[in-house]
Design a binder for this molecule. Structure first.
Ligand SMILES: [Fe+2]
Length: 372
């Protein structure tokens, strides 16, 4: 029996992924891990190509190898096309200065994905937030969503409670995503305050693709701009629980400066729909003078004027574990704000200039359905 267990534990295999990140008309990044140190790559096929192409991560003349976690960028794709891909890995049993000994080679099954078409005027997304390590809840909510027709899933923060073991993001939401959709369509992880917590919180960026290496950015889907912000921690940086090693006030200001530049760009100004996804909302009804209210006040001061100026059509948030709808004009906001609770899924769809938000709870009941 002990031998059998050893054989299972020693099995060389792909243990997480593959999952798609940063999908655009030109490329996609494929994330996966191997159970032992390996030299790994991705093979891609397309009807328009005479033969499959192999993609590696190459840095400074060296092909990335002898690791277990991979994020391999596939480039040279065309918008609106179908591709198939598979993972290949060769175990590296020995890696000495003048000799490399390879072990077994493995290959995954072929998976398919499509690149987004240019000039589209419709898109749709599934949004889930505040999963807090509960993968079975994520599974249930995805089951009630329009996942099959959606372009992407946005995880709107706090999908884990803190990171103190390397498998926490996989167990919390990535593995279930791989099983249900992420081999074929991407998810975007919007960072919540809880993803920053724990002694491995600083590694969260290694699990997910980020535009320009930042947790904030703009995703364009045809005529729709989706702005993702990283709202940081909720309490002031000087709060004792952070031990003096957070600098989120500066980081939120950095994002406000960045967004101020972005909204002047031609591409942004031409976008017909402007949607913001941010974990901590910039407005929560009711006065909150607790330390936890710090980020809301800071976000309000920095971003509400910017969103008004940018002509933002809709803001989606989580964090409160309670549903709120803040209509435009409630405070200084010229945009509606929908705050999702921790046990409901949002189907967000855009058609022309109509934005629809539908919220379904854990029992499959629609609790909110509004056009903007
Ligand atoms: Fe939160």
């Amino acid at each position: 029996m002990a031998n059998v267990l050893f054989a299972v534990a020693d099995d060389f295999r792909f243990d997480h992924g593959p999952y798609l990140q940063n999908l655009s008309g030109e490329g996609v990044t494929i994330y996966f891990t191997t159970s032992r140190r390996a030299f790994s790559w991705v093979e891609v096929k397309c009807d328009a190509w005479s033969e499959p192409r192999c993609f590696y991560t190459v840095r400074d003349g060296l092909v990335e190898a002898y690791g277990t976690r991979n994020a391999i960028r596939i480039t040279g794709l065309e918008a609106g096309r179908e591709y198939s891909y598979r993972l290949v890995a060769k175990e590296m049993k020995e890696f000495r200065p003048y000799k490399i000994v390879y072990g077994d080679s493995i290959a995954s099954q072929w998976e398919r994905f499509g690149t987004p078409s240019e000039g589209i005027d419709r898109c749709s997304f599934v949004v889930i937030n505040d999963g807090h390590d509960d993968a079975s809840k994520v599974r249930r909510l995805l089951g009630y969503s329009t996942l099959n027709s959606a372009d992407a899933v946005f995880y709107l923060g706090d999908m884990v409670s803190h990171i103190e073991a390397a498998d926490v993001p996989y167990k919390g939401f990535i593995d279930v995503s791989v099983e249900l959709f992420a081999r074929n369509k991407p998810f975007v992880a919007v960072r919540g305050n809880h993803e920053t917590r724990g002694n491995l919180g600083r590694t969260f960026g290694e699990y997910v693709g980020r535009p320009e290496g930042k947790f904030y950015g703009i995703y364009y889907y045809g005529s729709t701009a989706v702005i993702v912000l990283d709202t940081g921690e909720d309490k002031p940086d000087a709060h004792p629980v952070y031990g003096g090693i957070n600098r989120f006030d500066d980081y939120r200001r950095e994002q406000a400066r960045w967004l101020g530049e972005q909204i002047r760009s031609k591409r942004f100004r031409k976008a017909r729909n402007k949607i913001v996804l941010m974990h901590i909302p910039p407005i929560i009804p009711g006065e909150d003078n607790s330390p936890e209210g710090h980020a809301v006040k800071h976000l309000n001061a920095l971003f509400v004027p910017l969103f008004n100026k940018a002509g933002v059509d809709l803001v989606l948030s989580g964090h409160t574990h309670r549903h709120f709808f803040v209509d435009k004009g409630t405070a200084e906001n010229k945009f509606p704000l929908v705050i999702n609770d921790h046990k409901s899924v949002i189907d967000l769809s855009v058609e022309g200039e109509k934005i629809n938000v539908k919220i379904t709870d854990e029992k499959g009941q629609i609790t909110f359905d509004q056009n903007f």
